[in-house]
Design a protein around this ligand. Structure first.
Ligand code: ATP
Ligand code: MG
Length: 410
């Protein structure tokens, strides 16, 4: 068998520099994880992770631009500029979520380290001196076959850290690969364990699931493995709403938001989880709002904001939605009403155009239409007005004022 090789031209020179610095200081160090997996599969790695025998404190002393993070397990983050970082993890003995107290005895050798990783294809180490891959768990065979296989006993590993189930779905979606049978079979049986994961961690995982460019595939696979309901129970519930048309609308709205997000990622444009969550939760909000309007005497405006609070707070119990994201979702939703109310009135329309969240709100209107709402006149009005350069300039000037006001109120 010819050994698979890595095209070293695609390795990040800064990651290589980190590895060489560690080796020169007398430690073992390898590139590991997703970068090796992705290079072998012909994909450009998103980031480069390093595994080393050096303890975190030692790593910090070797790199001036280094910060240690993590409570139970300390990781070293080495920064290049403000936005680029490389993660350096010391070899360790036990797995991520085990309850052992941190101490030097939780660190181990490369032989230990392979077993604490999640999937065989993620447990490949690249030796930059020998130019070869270290493969203790037949990860290369799984890369070649195209299989995502959990390391060790699936039940034990998913119990230790239920987020691995989400990671399995993310990797299968990103790489377009199936899960190995035992790995796949264990997910429905262990999925409820995700309820014990802190919402903040699920929030982080949602960023990776939905904003990495494979959001549509992740969504489909999460539903297939009944994991979506563990993240967004109220949304998933609506996918089975007795009104089939409404249920289909809810699914299509989510898909349309993810399709648009995936497309933007491909084009290198900015994306936000707020847009995706706004689409997931919009049908939930619609029902909540309609129900509250029916039995109250208060203004629709007041009721709308209360309905928004209820829906976002309930969702936040499972997946943490930061205050900033909540503010954006609220703006996208309330702007939907303003898009209707302002249509036809030029002064009001300019005020809406000037809103910093107008673009997101307009995109949201488009996906509502795509998902089956009947909005052609409204879409046309708002599409046409954006071609009027005089009005757009007027709106831009208003926006500058608006943003100054916002700043001064901070
Ligand atoms: P990508 O960066 O493309 O999302 P990745 O595989 O590099 O994929 P990271 O989250 O960067 O994923 O983690 C780096 C490596 O750390 C993984 O490849 C895996 O070996 C290990 N790892 C990460 N999270 C876990 C976990 N929850 N359980 C076990 N091992 C993990
Ligand atoms: Mg990585």
């Amino acid at each position: 068998m010819t050994k698979p090789s890595i095209n070293e031209a695609l390795l990040d020179p800064r990651a290589l520099e980190i590895v060489h610095t560690l080796i020169r200081a007398g430690h073992e160090a390898y590139l590991v994880g997703g970068c090796i997996r992705d290079l072998l599969r012909g994909r450009t790695p998103k980031d480069f992770d390093v595994a080393t025998s050096a303890h975190p404190e030692t790593v910090r002393q070797l790199f001036p631009n280094c910060r240690l993070i993590g409570k139970r397990f300390r990781l070293a983050h080495i920064y290049y500029g403000r936005n680029t970082l490389f993660e350096v993890a010391t070899f360790r003995r036990e797995s991520e979520a085990s309850e052992q107290v941190r101490g030097d005895n939780s660190y181990g050798t490369l032989e230990d380290d392979v077993h604490r990783r999640d999937f065989t294809i993620n447990a490949l180490y690249y030796d930059v001196q020998k130019h070869e891959i270290i493969d203790r768990l037949n990860g290369l065979a799984d890369v070649a076959q195209g299989l995502i296989r959990i390391i060790g006993d699936p039940k034990t590993r998913f119990t230790e850290d239920p987020v691995r189930m989400l990671r399995a779905v993310r990797f299968m979606s990103k790489l377009g690969l199936p899960l190995e049978t035992e790995t796949a079979d264990a997910i429905p049986k262990n999925r409820k364990k995700l309820a014990a994961v802190p919402p903040a961690r699920l929030g982080d995982e949602c960023l990776k699931l939905f904003l990495s460019g494979d959001g549509q595939a992740c969504f489909d696979n999460l539903r297939e493995y009944k994991l979506f309901t563990m993240l967004f129970p109220d949304v998933d519930h609506l996918f089975f709403h007795p009104n089939r048309e409404f249920a289909t609308y809810a699914v299509r709205l989510a898909q349309a938001a993810l399709a648009s997000t995936d497309q933007r990622v491909r084009e290198g444009k900015q994306v936000t989880l707020a847009f995706v969550l706004a689409a997931f939760l919009w049908p939930v909000f619609q029902l909540q709002y309609a129900g509250m309007l029916r039995d109250g005497q208060r203004s629709w405006h007041e009721v709308m904001h209360e309905a928004i609070d209820i829906v976002l707070l309930a969702a936040n119990e499972r997946v943490a939605i930061t205050l900033r994201l909540r503010a954006i979702i609220r703006e996208i939703w309330t702007l939907q009403a303003r898009l209707e109310l302002a249509a036809g009135n030029q002064k009001k329309m300019v005020a809406v155009l000037a809103h910093p969240r107008f673009r997101a709100a307009y995109d949201f209107l488009l996906i509502r239409q795509q998902a089956g709402e009947n909005l052609p006149a409204l879409v046309e009005t708002w599409t046409l007005i954006q071609r009027d350069s005089a009005l757009m300039q007027q709106a831009a000037r208003q926006r500058v004022k608006y943003e100054r006001l916002e700043e001064s109120s901070l």
